[in-house]
Design a protein around this ligand. Structure first.
Ligand SMILES: C[S@@+](CC[C@H](N)C(=O)[O-])C[C@H]1O[C@@H](n2cnc3c(N)ncnc32)[C@H](O)[C@@H]1O
Length: 195
């Protein structure tokens, strides 16, 4: 990782910007490296642009649309992306992810935004995929709380945990996808390949 990226990573951690955990990031990058067909990526949840920059640096011909609802995050992402000379390949859209409409077809949809909306994003963007495209969902373990309710006593966290668990169960049973769930990678990652 270059010095500039390391700085973005470290500052994000210091300021509690929820960029992807290092183990999850390495998994995502390895997956893209292994699947040479991946060129067009949709990311839901840009934050400061860290994950989209790391993905874009893997291949010069990769194009990324990334969606962010928070104007301050989107502004920082645009600046970070410009500093890396990637503004022609990473397109930040300031909006609610579920409102994004396009006729582009993506090889990979990386879902890393509002956890309660994962099912909605999946249904909304399924028409923008083809057979063999993948959805990658982060945070399906939600810091271990999904599989161990006793880790939290906070009511809203527990409500969120129930939603994530329901989504995860639904995804694993959904016959439109071949899904593998990796509980121990990052914060719990699922890879769902469109059949
Ligand atoms: C976990 S962070 C993304 C981290 C980023 N993918 C990375 O690893 O560098 C989630 C981001 O999603 C954004 N977000 C939350 N709800 C959203 C929505 N409905 N549409 C788009 N972005 C959303 C948040 O503002 C936050 O910046």
């Amino acid at each position: 990782m270059n010095e500039q990226l390391q700085k973005i990573h470290d500052q994000a951690r210091q300021k509690d910007v929820p960029i992807m955990l290092d183990g999850g990031m390495e998994f995502l990058l390895a997956y893209i490296r292994e699947h040479e067909n991946i060129r067009d990526i949709l990311e839901i949840g840009t934050a400061v642009g860290y994950s989209s920059i790391r993905m874009a640096l893997l291949r010069w011909d990769m194009q990324i649309d990334t969606l962010e609802i928070n104007p301050d995050m989107a502004r920082q992402a645009v600046e970070n992306i410009a500093r890396h000379g990637l503004s022609d390949r990473i397109h930040v859209h300031l909006m609610d992810g579920a409102q994004f409409e396009t006729d582009r077809i993506y090889d990979l949809v990386f879902v890393d935004a509002a956890k309660s909306q994962y099912r909605r994003y999946m249904e909304h963007f399924l028409p923008n995929t083809m057979k063999g495209s993948v959805f990658i969902f982060d945070n399906l373990a939600f810091h271990g709380i999904v599989d161990n309710e006793a880790l939290s006593t906070n009511r809203s966290t527990i409500q969120m945990m129930h939603k994530i668990r329901k989504f995860r169960e639904h995804l694993l049973e959904d016959e439109r996808f071949d899904t593998i769930y990796y509980p121990d990678i990052g914060d719990g990652i699922a890879v769902a390949k469109v059949k």
